[in-house]
Design a protein around this ligand. Sequence first.
Ligand SMILES: *[C@@H]1O[C@H](CO)[C@@H](O)[C@H](O)[C@H]1NC(C)=O
Length: 294
Amino acid sequence: MALSPSGPHGLVRTATSVLAAFAVILSGLGNHRAAAAPAPVSAGSPSGHHHQSLDTRQANIGKPVAFFLAGDSTTAAQSSTGGGWGPGFLSTLDTTRGATGRNFAKDGATTVSFVADGLWAQLTSSARLAVAEGRDTFVTIQFGHNDKNPAKGISLDAYQANLARMAGDVAALGATPILVTPLTKRLFDTNTTPPRVDDDLAWQQNRTLVAAVQGGFPFVDLHRRSMDYVNAIGPASAAAYSRVPGDNVHINARGSVVFGRLVADLVSKNLPRTGAWIKKDAELTGKIQAGVPA
Ligand SMILES: *[C@@H]1O[C@H](CO)[C@@H](O)[C@H](O)[C@H]1NC(C)=O
């Protein structure tokens, strides 16, 4: 696939509306689709186990949710080297009614290092335990900011295959994977009027969506929605969410609340059964939808 200078933005825009419809179909079908799809599962996963995991998932629907987050610094907790949407998202879970979650995202992680460093094994064993405890268990998977670094040597094909394999692993253990396209950066092209985000993650968005559609996995297009929001509020308001002034990648505590809310609203829209466990914030949701600073 050639990387044209203009990028796949037009195609992605068009495909995204098709995908929005697809997401509705997916959520309408519940998770039968995700589990039944010929998704790449871990080698040696017997099909009997696969069916058993589908039964477990069905039995856990309606039970309190557990969310496990896989990703890089744009999902991770706020720190001196990172800051993402994970903490804000987890704060939307209704823990008073038994919902729970844990953020495994790590600064600098790629789809390769997250597995090599043992974080994927830790996450999947926590997810397996949650399934066994009778929780309706979800795993969000968002990578790309570091996978795209040429020094990592991860091709787009490998990135896509790694995402699909992770999603397949989650489905095989009786949980529901949610592929998440990368949070936008807040780096603007100031030569345009009004200024627009200078998007260098369009191919990672594309490959995450392709992995989701090909595998029949649920997804949320955070990249598209976060970029639309950042474009709507403009550079000055977007900068207020930066971890520190000038950091156009990582977000501060308020940014985590805002973009975590954006993720929560997308998740409850695309996977409606999660909505009962996600606390509402009509004011914040309204501001994000209206494209005004929050
Ligand atoms: C991904 O990019 C390819 C190649 O440009 C395009 O054909 C396809 O429609 C895109 N898919 C999505 C989901 O954006």
